[in-house]
Design a protein around this ligand. Structure first.
Ligand SMILES: NC(=O)c1ccc[n+]([C@@H]2O[C@H](COP(=O)([O-])OP(=O)(O)OC[C@H]3O[C@@H](n4cnc5c(N)ncnc54)[C@H](OP(=O)(O)O)[C@@H]3O)[C@@H](O)[C@H]2O)c1
Length: 345
């Protein structure tokens, strides 16, 4: 069988490196371009000592035409503004793209307030398919440009989406309280990601103004069939990987009914594990894998459903989901390269 030739652009970063790690075990794909920005020319093994299969390869910075000669598909693990220009050029050159950034997830008017830039090519926003396979499966197969979801939205939409679709939660007044490991901020160090600043801390940030808010609201609105707003408060916790999104909503049903709805919705989905009523997810149990856990408990005293989703931000929240999308786009088994169990403990 001929392998799918894949370019990974932004391969020095945390999500790009994770894409290389997962593609190293993919039975039907080979990495033909290992792209980077400032690090171009460097040896992969010097940046990613764990990626032994790629150790002597060199990072490259290539024009779009050269990427198109070597690859049918590209995973873009680039900054948002860089992706906004690169992804359309690649598609026009015949390369099908999964973009891990936020550059193609929203409508044009959302970019200045939430991302701080005018989208350079809004016509592509209408052509991109939002790459949450559990919701968009068939549309992904026909897409040339897939907008891979954000890490927090993935956890939230897998947990809350089916319950809103089934009309089991009140759509008003929902609160999403989410925790992320430090790798969510990428590889470039900042004062707030230093060990000394993070160890022993749980730090809320960007309450109500985080750029994943409109993405979460768009996905939940589609599920509910009506506009939904949420209060979204992310936190950084002193772990390397993992996201836990704990969501609070007024419930219209008991825990058993909610858990049954989650189980029924996710039964066909190979990467989502719906837990029994009263059990809530743990990001430790999905680390290193493309699995998501979702679960629900009900606080009968206040009539509140506590609905939670857990993912590894670098895998189901980024590179793993991107490869799941790639598999769907190219007619490969959805689980190819992704069917290993999590790392535990
Ligand atoms: N971290 C997460 O958990 C996560 C989850 C979901 C989505 N994402 C998204 O995925 C993307 C990558 O995130 P990350 O955390 O992997 O970032 P990162 O660790 O900072 O890596 C960024 C990568 O982009 C490359 N790059 C930067 N500027 C470039 C340019 N002008 N031209 C070409 N390459 C350039 C860098 O190469 P050099 O080092 O050589 O400059 C590096 O390989 C972002 O859009 C992020 O929002 C991240």
């Amino acid at each position: 069988m001929t392998s799918l030739r894949v370019a990974v652009l932004g391969a020095t970063g945390y999500t790009g490196g994770e894409a290389l790690r997962l593609l190293a075990g993919h039975p039907a794909a080979e990495v033909t371009v290992v792209g980077a920005g400032r690090t171009a020319g460097g040896r992969v093994g010097d940046t990613h000592p764990h990626l032994v299969p790629f150790a002597d390869r060199r990072f490259e910075s290539l024009p779009v035409e050269a990427v198109a000669e070597r690859a049918e598909a590209a995973l873009l693990a680039l900054p948002h503004e860089e992706s906004a220009g690169t992804a359309p050029a690649l598609v026009e050159a015949g390369v099908r793209v999964v973009d891990l950034s936020g550059a193609f997830r929203l409508e044009a008017s959302a970019y200045p307030p939430w991302y701080g830039f005018e989208h350079p090519d809004p016509t592509w926003l209408g052509k991109a398919v939002y790459g949450l396979p559990e919701v968009m499966g068939e549309q992904i197969a026909g897409a040339d440009l897939v907008a891979n979801p954000g890490c927090y939205p993935t956890a939230v939409l897998l947990a809350l989406g089916p319950l809103l679709s089934a009309g089991l939660l009140e759509p008003e007044g929902m609160v999403v309280d989410a925790k992320s490991g430090i790798s969510g901020a990428g590889r470039v160090p900042a004062e707030t990601t230093q060990y000394a600043a993070s160890e022993g801390s749980i730090r809320p940030y960007q309450a109500g103004v985080h750029r994943h808010t409109p993405e979460i609201e768009a996905g939940l609105s589609a599920a509910a069939g009506a506009p939904v707003t949420v209060t979204f408060v992310p936190h950084v916790v002193p772990t390397t990987r993992g996201i836990l999104a704990t969501c609070y909503a007024r419930t219209r049903a008991a825990a058993d009914t909610l858990a049954a709805a989650l189980a029924e919705a996710h039964d066909p989905h190979p990467f989502v594990r719906a837990l029994p009523a009263g059990e809530l997810p743990d990001p430790k149990r999905v680390a290193g894998s493309n699995l998501a856990e979702v679960g629900v408990a009900v606080d009968g005293h206040s009539g509140t459903a506590v609905v939670a989703g857990a993912v590894d931000n670098l895998v189901k929240g980024a590179a793993g989901q991107a490869i799941q999308n790639l598999n769907l786009m190219f007619g490969l088994p959805e689980t190819a390269g992704l069917d290993h169990p999590p790392v535990y403990p």
